[in-house]
Design a protein. Structure first.
Length: 309
């Protein structure tokens, strides 16, 4: 069985390493440092860590001020509270000023699990995509989290990094190339392209393996950077397969599916099916059971492939 680690765990470990490499890196949290794993950085660099309390809007406003004063800022809380409660501050104080703030939000999607509907955000990618100049990143495992976070911290400007609560399989190897803004072709195929992001990448690979047994040859692409979207890899898949299935642990409205559909509608219209949260709220439960109930599994991807094939 593949080793598992939550992307938030990888975030905490990578922050600690980056603290030694970037003396101007500042980390902020809204009283959730144990859960977001920023506590790892806080223990090592207490003079560069600020717990802003349960005041997310204030935290992101202060983060903008620090960034505009020359700091690189990673500011964390749960995705629901970052993108939901603090949206206007992120838009106006960070996006509008192009401040060098990285909104690194954890506990995204249905796999928050037992915390329930109030904490399970399916709108965060959609909200962050609408902010001009905002880079949106959704790594699928611990290795891609580290590699992408390093690139996000090195770039100048605002970014949204989406991280999860639950442990997920480590899919990539340390030597794999993962580049911000460029999708990764994980499996070639001629019949259908499965374009996935986040934890659904592993599900897409499992679905492709099962579909191969019944003679359906699926291409699998990891879109870890949702904005800017790698249109080249998407359109190549559209032209060469003629059928696309998108898969995300996010609402089908405004997320990866909509980004891919918009790209194809303007450049190469093809049949598209979307796997994700279908315009509903979630509920409290175990992550695996919730993924199954709300249709974000390899089985759901297989059904969608059969629809378009």
């Amino acid at each position: 069985m593949a080793e598992k680690q939550a992307t938030r765990e990888a975030y905490g470990k990578t922050l600690k390493a980056l603290g030694a490499e970037y003396p101007n890196l500042v980390v902020m949290d809204a009283d959730l440092s144990g859960s977001t794993k920023t506590a790892v950085f806080a223990k090592e660099y207490p003079e560069r860590f600020f717990n802003m309390g349960i005041a997310e809007q204030n935290m992101y406003g202060a983060a903008a001020g620090l960034a505009l004063s020359g700091k690189i800022v990673c500011a964390s809380t749960f995705a629901m509270f970052a993108t939901g409660r603090a949206f206007e501050i992120i838009r106006n104080s960070i996006g509008y000023t192009h401040a060098n703030v990285k909104v690194c939000a954890t506990h995204a999607g249905i796999t928050v699990g037992e915390d329930g509907a109030s904490h399970q955000t399916f709108e965060d990618i959609a909200l962050m995509r609408t902010i001009p100049g905002m880079t949106v990143v959704n790594p699928c495992d611990a290795v891609s989290t580290e590699k992408l976070l390093r690139q996000v911290v090195a770039m100048d400007g605002p970014a949204y990094v989406r991280l999860g609560r639950a442990a997920v399989p480590i899919f990539y190897n340390e030597e794999d190339e993962i580049t911000l803004g460029k999708g990764n072709l994980l499996r070639d195929g001629k019949d259908v392209a499965i374009i996935a992001t986040g934890i659904m990448v592993a599900e897409a690979m499992a679905a492709a393996a099962e579909l191969a047994e019944e003679g359906i040859d699926c291409r699998v692409i990891d879109i870890h950077t949702i904005k800017p979207l790698d249109e080249e890899i998407v359109l190549k898949a559209a032209r060469e397969t003629g059928r696309i299935v998108t898969a995300e642990e996010h609402g089908v409205i405004g997320g990866l599916g909509d980004a891919v559909a918009s790209c194809c509608a303007h450049n190469c219209p093809v049949r598209i099916e979307m796997v994700g949260q279908l315009d509903t709220f979630g509920e409290s439960g175990k992550p695996a059971e919730l993924l199954d109930k709300y249709g974000m599994t390899a089985e759901a991807i297989i059904s969608a492939v059969r629809e378009v094939y």
